[in-house]
Design a protein around this ligand. Structure first.
Ligand code: ATP
Ligand code: MG
Length: 633
């Protein structure tokens, strides 16, 4: 296909000549029957991509590579928790997926049925996802770290016929049993799955429920030679449901299609991640998150690469573990999150630089704001480009990035890059509702519909919620809101300033929590910080900061803490001005986060204002909020 020479041309074409652009990108995947229509947007804001086409995600991820790559590595499973390392070639992956698909069929699962996958990071979870796609079943992966309450609400929303789980996960050398949580969740849920397929790792008690629970290993034995052809499904057939991280409230069940998603991922692998077939991709995320779906499982495999699935911590046995895998498997592209980089930052950088990282082209980070000190630290430690990219569970792939695969371009610190092809990104002034066209002016990041291929089709089972939550009309143009706040500079680079919920209004000045956090984290004593807006009689709102120190001893006495608070405030005064100065800077040992590592500012704010923090099911460490409660009272 003819590639325009500059990114600007490439981007323009994706918007101005949308259908021709995406018809070309669609050649990166296999179609059993070609599509009749590239984008049907007759029922805006619902977009139907590649209508009339028949395809299958599993075929594109596995079967189509057998011709050229049967013996090439497909899935590299590494667990530093159980000391396991298993490499599956495309041929072997194909066999395992067919066995799993045969098991699903034998349990009565067919096209359109939901299968809930509640599993640790083990190879069987990958087989399960691909097997669902193979037979047209809709998977819903629930992060293995969630407890019964979160799980029960997802069971009731997705109404799975089957649940696939395992006896236990492992974290930091400790067994984390799953089965009792699952049993509890099923008893809490109104909907009852017919069967539970259990993978027994021999780590914890299984306590099988008669008539409901079945054992994976014995069923696999019965289906060793299984041949289950791919079920050709409409391009618009739902491939999966995935719940958002729940940072701002009740998670939304994102429903993804099949054909649009395959095309979006295939294109992104080349244009954004500079990843070539035959190479190895290593995403350190978890299959319970969108990054795990798009860039552990589907993206790399659709692109004919080997993908690493890693169970364990980035620091065990030592902080060199990820980088030793880069050396061993010649990883060309790595994808992680700022939160992981911050964990590594507490370690000696020598662990990272001691391996041969020559195969690695870049480290991509996404999921939350990447602060400059963290970016600089990791860039120095590995001596590779660090590329921020911005997206959401809803979009499935980046909205903003630097598309080096089209035209190499510089990165700017604090910026996830420019609008990605296919996304007609607009900034909207929150108070007037008008579009902002001049540079360096803050606004809500919106995308004019239709969203490009690969983005959510709707909220599972709730079209009305989809329309009501995300879409609005501005002078007759349908606009998708990201609920994030940002600014675009004169070169077209965006800077994310925080969520719209996180905008603080101090005496009429609108400030992003992100700006204040960025400023505070430039103080050398600060490891991490959360800033929230707290109601104030005089000023409307004031900023309050909670910081984690690199060395807690620095604020051990009250006098030390006061001194440090003053020093931090001075940094903000100098960088942003007195208006942004937090009213208080408090020191804590840990910040409340979601299980995916995102700051729960909503909960902090509620506690500061003496309100009920609401749904905390996705919170990682409850003691974090307790510390804040004590400081505030
Ligand atoms: P919920 O929507 O349920 O409240 P969530 O928004 O945290 O949860 P995700 O879809 O996992 O769920 O996260 C997407 C959000 O993460 C974005 O809307 C943005 O706020 C933030 N984010 C993602 N990538 C970046 C990035 N590179 N820079 C800054 N923020 C980012
Ligand atoms: Mg969100």
């Amino acid at each position: 296909m003819a590639l325009p020479s500059t990114y600007a041309d490439f981007y323009r074409r994706s918007i101005d000549d949308r259908d021709a652009f995406w018809a070309e990108q669609a050649q990166l995947v296999d179609w059993h029957k070609p599509f009749d229509r590239v984008c049907n947007y007759d029922k805006a804001p619902f977009a139907r991509w590649f209508e009339g086409g028949l395809t299958n995600l599993c075929h594109n991820a596995v079967d189509r590579h057998l011709k050229d790559r049967a013996d090439q590595n497909a899935l590299i499973f590494v667990s530093t928790e159980t000391d396991t390392e298993t490499v599956y070639s495309y041929r072997e992956l194909h066999a395992e997926v067919q066995r799993m698909a045969a098991i699903l069929r034998s349990l009565g699962v067919g096209k359109g049925d939901r299968v809930l996958i509640y599993m640790p990071m083990i190879a069987e979870a990958c087989f399960a996802m691909l097997a669902c796609a193979r037979i047209g079943a809709i998977h819903s992966v629930v992060f293995g770290g969630f407890a019964s309450h979160s799980l029960a609400s997802r069971i009731d929303d997705a109404q799975p016929k089957l649940v696939i789980s395992a006896d236990a996960g492992m974290r930091s050398g400790k067994v984390v049993p799953y089965k009792h949580l699952l049993d509890e969740a099923i008893s809490l849920a109104v909907h009852k799955p017919q069967h539970v397929l259990m993978v027994n790792r021999g780590l914890a008690d299984l306590a099988p429920v008669a008539g409901r629970d079945v054992d994976y290993a014995s069923l696999r034995q019965q289906h060793l030679g299984a041949q289950v052809p791919c079920e050709w499904v409409d391009s618009t057939h739902p491939s999966y449901i995935l719940y958002t991280s729940g940072t701002t409230g009740k998670p939304k069940g994102v429903q993804r299609d099949t054909g649009g998603y395959a095309v979006a991922l295939a294109a992104s692998m080349r244009h954004i991640y500079m990843a070539q077939p035959g190479e190895t991709y290593f995403s350190t995320s978890d299959i319970g998150w969108v990054v795990g779906h798009s860039y552990i499982i589907y993206g790399p495999l659709i692109n004919g690469m080997a993908t690493i699935m890693y169970e364990g911590l980035p620091t065990r046995p030592d902080a060199g573990i990820w980088w030793s895998l880069v050396e061993k498997y010649k990883v060309s592209v790595m994808f992680s999150a700022p939160t992981a980089a911050r964990v590594l930052k507490k370690q000696d950088p020598a662990y990272l630089s001691k391996y041969d990282l020559s195969s690695l082209k870049a480290l991509f980070l996404a999921g939350e704001p990447l602060d400059e000190p963290t970016a600089t630290w990791i860039a120095n430690a590995i001596q590779k480009p660090i590329i921020d990219n911005y997206w959401q569970t809803e979009t499935g792939w980046p909205i903003m990035a630097v598309c080096n695969g089209i035209e190499p371009a510089p990165t700017k610190f604090g910026s996830p890059g420019k609008a990605v092809y296919g996304y007609d990104v607009r900034l909207i002034d929150e108070s007037t509702g008008e579009e902002i066209t001049e540079p360096n002016k803050k606004g809500v990041i919106a995308v004019e519909g239709p969203l490009p291929p690969g983005c959510l089709q709707t909220v599972w089972g709730d079209d009305a919620r989809y329309v009501k939550t995300y879409w609005s009309s501005i002078h007759g143009r349908t606009m998708y809101s990201t609920f994030d706040w940002g600014v675009r500079d004169a070169d077209g680079y965006f800077f994310i300033l925080g969520r719209t919920d996180d905008v603080i209004n101090v005496a009429g000045h609108r400030l992003g929590t992100r700006e204040i956090e960025e400023s505070i984290s430039s103080h050398p004593a600060v490891a991490e910080v959360a800033v929230v807006g707290v109601a104030d009689q005089l000023k409307g709102q004031v900023a309050v900061a909670f910081a984690v120190l690199k060395d807690p001893a620095l604020a051990a006495s009250e006098a030390d803490a006061l001194k440090l608070e003053g020093a931090v405030m001075k940094v903000v005064d100098e960088q942003l001005g007195a208006v942004a100065r937090p009213a208080h800077v408090r020191f804590v040992s840990v910040l409340p986060k979601t299980r995916s590592g995102k700051l729960l500012r909503r909960a902090i704010q509620a506690v500061c204002e003496g309100r009920d923090p609401g749904d905390l099911t996705t919170m990682d460490d409850p003691t974090a909020l307790q510390q804040i409660r004590e400081l505030v009272s």
